[in-house]
Design a protein around this ligand. Sequence first.
Ligand SMILES: NC(=O)C1=CN([C@@H]2O[C@H](COP(=O)(O)OP(=O)(O)OC[C@H]3O[C@@H](n4cnc5c(N)ncnc54)[C@H](OP(=O)(O)O)[C@@H]3O)[C@@H](O)[C@H]2O)C=CC1
Ligand SMILES: Nc1nc(=O)c2c([nH]1)NC[C@@H]1CN(c3ccc(C(=O)N[C@@H](CCC(=O)O)C(=O)O)cc3)C=[N+]21
Length: 283
Amino acid sequence: MTETRTLSGKDLAADIRSQVAADVKALREHGVEPTLAIVFATSDGGTRWYVSSIVKAAEKAGLRAIERQLPDDSTTADIAAELQRLANDDTVHGIILQTPLPVGVDGGALAALIPFGKDIDGINPLSAGRLVIGESGFAPATAAAVMELLRFHQVPLVGRHAVVVGRSAVVGKPVAQLLLREDATVTVCHSKTADLPEVTREADVLVVAIGRARFITGRHVGAATTVIDVGTNTDDAGNLVGDVDAGSVVGVAAALTPVPGGVGPVTTALLLQHVIAAARAVG
Ligand SMILES: NC(=O)C1=CN([C@@H]2O[C@H](COP(=O)(O)OP(=O)(O)OC[C@H]3O[C@@H](n4cnc5c(N)ncnc54)[C@H](OP(=O)(O)O)[C@@H]3O)[C@@H](O)[C@H]2O)C=CC1
Ligand SMILES: Nc1nc(=O)c2c([nH]1)NC[C@@H]1CN(c3ccc(C(=O)N[C@@H](CCC(=O)O)C(=O)O)cc3)C=[N+]21
């Protein structure tokens, strides 16, 4: 039986938030009011919860946060009009377009409307491309949160085998790029991967972002594996659960991030940090 270390995100998130609060104070003294706008077009409860948690965290740190909820039946043009208004508004420093979007809406076209300098969740194709070639720009906050958690808990990456399960544009792909940048040897798995457990068991670092409750179990991990659980799913009883079955992985893997209290709070804190960086760049 392996002693599995719990890699909490709470202390790290608190550190980032207090740094943000200090930075906000300094910016305000220079007459800049750092401002974040969140656009979403869904009444989905999870998204609503996430948006209000960002707004609360922002206000606590002294940032201005603007919520723009559009109807669930919004079209690409409706959302584009809102994004264009925010793009042209000099008092807005950061813009987040929250997923999921209504069915049929062209998310790629909308992502391109968020100006590079305001793209604090790294979804614009320019941000995504610059991440691949190693140029500066904002990485998606969730991908950045995974890396900050690994750094905070001193998990070594150079020359280690990192396996990412999931290849979405907001999590899997950017995390793989960031791990590569830190000199890990990276394998990316997805729904067509043959014999997933065989690949994931070999991981020194396993990042899981698939969106399926408790999918990864003890048979997917080895004694050397540090598991980062990005998943936020709601189970039948209404509880927030990760993509990893913690009960089955504890005692097998080397370390695991909890859900809640792992990647989630760090993601929100980093979004605020990105707003500060965006406001500094123009202010
Ligand atoms: N804490 C946070 O800050 C955040 C958490 N999340 C959570 O992370 C999870 C993933 O989100 P997101 O990346 O947006 O999800 P997507 O649905 O966009 O992508 C899921 C990915 O997982 C892969 N996948 C699905 N089923 C399997 C399987 N059985 N075996 C291997 N791979 C599989 C898919 O493969 P394929 O490409 O082949 O279809 C796809 O690449 C969700 O639980 C979400 O709520 C997301 C964003 C932020
Ligand atoms: N463009 C885009 N970017 C995102 O980053 C994005 C998105 N779309 N769509 C939805 C998902 C979901 N997501 C979460 C972030 C933090 C918590 C979080 O902080 N959760 C708390 C738990 C809260 C509770 O107890 O319910 C925690 O993990 O401790 C959850 C979920 C970001 N997402």
